[in-house]
Design a protein around this ligand. Structure first.
Ligand code: TXA
Ligand code: MG
Length: 352
């Protein structure tokens, strides 16, 4: 069915408990969701596609609009730590410490669910991923809806996550009734997904909360080995799918400017029209026919914020092949490298 997709801007949202006035666009979105519809909305990570997590029909709409495989469970967005307890069998102390430290914010915690939510949300697993977002529009939408919001990123499955309303419209125009436009998402990369196993915090997807930050809460933080060893099955079903792919093949070159230049030169000798994702310091120096910069090389926050936008931009440009370089994988670089590796055909080693 083709829907007319309305984009509604949200005015400046006052995020405090005293001021109860809710933006009319958010009210309209909440009414749609209460009626079993789905609405795209901004969060501090990326735009989500939200539906009532207790309503099977709404969850089916989310999977259909995205073209998402039914075995890939959705994250559920809640208003508070207390609400998380409504959908779970047990919240271990370590999970509660993580909530206290990082909620509201870009951390999703996998917990055993209690059967209250639609089984379609959890793809039949006995766990559910919960997150309390920090974005004021997301928080007001959850409050106005009065329901837990199942919300994956609001891209067509396999594409880079949207960091602006225009990206959502590109992917889902005619497939959903409404997009709430709250401007650019802040982090630009999705939440970190963790599972608490005994005293261990297992990272299933690196994201907005870094390993270094998690280690301030627990001395035992490990990354799911499947993220680096291809033959193991990841604990997070979503990590097995191709993701974030730009419309032209992306090659991730190990090293810095010299390695990038060499890879681009070789592609040009083969007659390819080349594009490069560069950093400010390298603008005009890569030799690529087209360049888009992500920001200063040391500014991992800017790079995180710009990455998906830049990958989308190359859709419209006339290039056959796209190149970028590896980044140091500490702090936010861990999530950036994870996404670049998944978006690309793998890391290319070069002699340069
Ligand atoms: O920042 C974010 O997390 C954004 C915003 C909208 O909140 N949402 C998002 O959702 O990125 P999505 O569906 O694109 O990614 C959710 C990831 C997937 O890799 C999924 O497999 C994993 O979380 N996940 C969800 N529930 C899980 C569970 N019970 N066990 C393991 N992994 C789970
Ligand atoms: Mg996603």
């Amino acid at each position: 069915m083709v829907l007319k997709t309305t984009v509604r801007s949200v005015g400046k949202v006052v995020d405090n408990a005293v001021n109860k006035s809710i933006d009319p666009a958010i009210e309209q979105a909440a009414a749609l969701i209460r009626g079993g519809e789905v609405v795209a909305f901004p969060t501090e990570t990326v735009y989500g596609l939200g539906g009532d997590a207790t309503n099977d029909a709404a969850i089916k709409r989310i999977f259909a609009a995205k073209g998402r495989p039914a075995d890939n469970p959705l994250i559920v967005h809640v208003a508070s730590v207390e609400e998380a307890a409504d959908y779970t069998r047990d919240i271990p102390l370590l999970a509660r410490e993580l909530m206290d430290a990082f909620w509201p914010g870009p951390l999703t915690i996998i917990l055993p669910h209690n059967g209250t939510l639609s089984p379609l949300v959890t793809a039949g697993l006995d766990t559910v991923g919960l997150r309390m977002p920090a974005h004021p529009v997301a928080r007001q939408l959850i409050a106005a809806t009065g329901r837990p919001l199942a919300a994956p990123s609001s891209n067509r499955s396999g594409r880079p996550s949207p960091t602006e309303a225009a990206h959502v419209l590109d992917d889902l125009n005619g497939r959903i009734p409404m997009i709430l436009d709250g401007g650019s998402a802040g982090v630009g990369l999705e939440s970190t997904v963790v599972e608490v196993i005994g005293q261990t915090v297992m990272v299933l997807r690196p994201g907005g909360v870094t390993l270094e930050e998690l280690r301030q809460v627990s001395s035992d933080v490990v990354v799911d080995p499947a993220l680096s060893i291809a033959k193991e099955a990841p604990r997070s079903p979503g990590m097995k799918y191709t993701h974030y792919a730009p419309e032209v093949p992306l090659f991730l070159v190990e090293g810095e400017l010299d390695a990038l230049k060499q890879a681009i030169e070789e592609a040009k000798l083969d007659g390819a029209r080349t594009g490069a994702l560069v950093v400010d310091e390298w603008l005009g120096l890569s030799g690529a026919d087209q360049e888009v910069t992500l920001g200063k090389r040391v500014d991992l926050h800017a790079i995180g914020r710009e990455l998906y936008r830049a990958l989308r931009e190359f859709k419209a440009r006339d290039v056959d092949i796209l190149f970028t370089c590896t980044f140091p994988d500490d702090h936010l670089g861990g999530a950036i490298m994870n996404r670049l590796t998944k978006a690309s055909e793998g890391i290319q080693k070069s002699d340069a």
